[in-house]
Design a binder for this molecule. Structure first.
Ligand SMILES: CC(C)(COP(=O)([O-])OP(=O)([O-])OC[C@H]1O[C@@H](n2cnc3c(N)ncnc32)[C@H](O)[C@@H]1OP(=O)([O-])[O-])[C@@H](O)C(=O)NCCC(=O)NCCSC(=O)C[C@@](C)(O)CC(=O)[O-]
Length: 303
């Protein structure tokens, strides 16, 4: 068996992926406070918001205000989602370190999520990548539905590979292989990652696993086995995609950190402060954290 990576980078997507689906508006101040707590916990990559149409995703309408309200730290990189040039132009005013374009390995999902075909989305992203690079900004690509689609069901590995290749061809720097609806299982995840690795180097491939079917930690372990060492995670297990009905949140950051701590893999994250951040935002939303690790650690505090 290959040795597992000794260090993992976690991209905290709670403020964006975690909150985008919340029906009750979360205030700009609460969003900025969440970012402050996440960076205090040691997270060094934070996806803060998205510059998408406010008609499509009203919760992210305060994108510029959130980016202005966060207290930036020199050791933290802040990223934002941009679906098109209009989004990129607005995002550039907010000075992110990285922008994220998002395509799908499923035609049906592409239409529902960004209202265009896969081919059209790639054509739309090409000038976004060019303009971001011209501004000195790295571009991450998210490849949704790489393990299954809420509309069409199965997604072939060949389609995952094709869209990965197209993303690379337009200059995307990093590819996040996303299990939007959490149906992936470990071997299949390894196969999807291997397709992405044909076009992107190991350091530029990450996993984004929703935990709908309880497979996310197993899928992260399987990814570590093939050397992948960057993962998206969402504090308190918040989230879901507004265009993937029934999909629950991204894997909880607390759960990932607990597992990696047990494996002796360094994340730089202080789990107690992370649990505080999860408890804070869950309190704002009026519910308990979904993370089982957070629930267990919070229960121990009151015991
Ligand atoms: C892509 C569009 C805009 C196409 O939407 P459209 O309606 O086809 O676009 P349009 O170009 O015809 O524009 C329609 C209106 O939106 C405006 N508009 C156009 N673009 C922007 C923009 N960037 N920012 C602000 N406003 C914008 C535009 O100005 C116009 O305004 P109007 O004239 O009607 O007043 C729309 O479909 C959209 O915003 N989709 C985003 C959906 C979304 O955010 N989904 C969730 C994020 S992806 C995700 O969560 C998955 C991921 C990444 O986590 C990985 C995984 O798990 O799979």
């Amino acid at each position: 068996m290959n040795a597992l990576p000794q260090k993992v980078t976690l991209v905290e997507v709670g403020p964006r992926d975690g909150l985008q689906n919340e029906k009750t508006p979360v205030s700009t101040e609460h969003k900025a406070a969440l970012v402050a707590m996440l960076q205090a916990a040691g997270l060094t990559e934070i996806e803060v918001t998205s510059f998408v149409s406010p008609k499509w995703v009203p919760q992210m309408a305060d994108n510029l205000a959130v980016m202005a309200a966060i207290e930036r730290r020199a050791d933290v990189r802040y990223s934002v989602l941009t679906p098109n040039l209009k989004g990129l132009e607005a995002a550039l005013l907010a000075l992110p370190h990285e922008v994220v374009v998002f395509a799908a390995a499923s035609e049906a999902f592409s239409q529902k999520n960004i209202n265009c075909s896969i081919t059209e989305s790639i054509e739309r992203f090409a000038p976004v990548v060019q303009a971001a690079h011209a501004a000195g900004i790295k571009v991450r690509g998210a490849l949704s539905c790489a393990l299954g689609c809420p509309y069409q069901g199965e997604v072939s590995l060949d389609e995952v590979e094709r869209v990965a290749r197209l993303m690379r061809a337009i200059g995307v720097d990093h590819l996040g292989v996303a299990d939007t609806i959490g149906v992936g299982t470990p071997r299949r995840v390894q196969q999807a990652l291997e397709r992405a690795l044909r076009y992107f180097p190991l350091a530029e491939v990450s996993g984004h696993f929703h935990d709908t079917y309880g497979q996310a930690l197993a899928n992260i372990y399987a990814s570590l086995e093939v050397g992948v060492h960057t993962f998206d995670a969402s504090v308190a297990g918040l989230g879901g995609c507004p265009y993937a009905k029934g999909a629950t949140g991204n894997v909880a950051t607390e759960d990932v950190v607990f597992m990696l701590n047990g494996l002796g893999i360094d994340t730089g994250v202080d789990i107690d402060r992370l649990v505080d951040a999860g408890a804070f935002i869950s309190g704002v939303l009026g519910r308990a954290p979904v993370s089982r690790v957070a629930r267990a650690l919070l229960a121990k505090r009151v015991a």
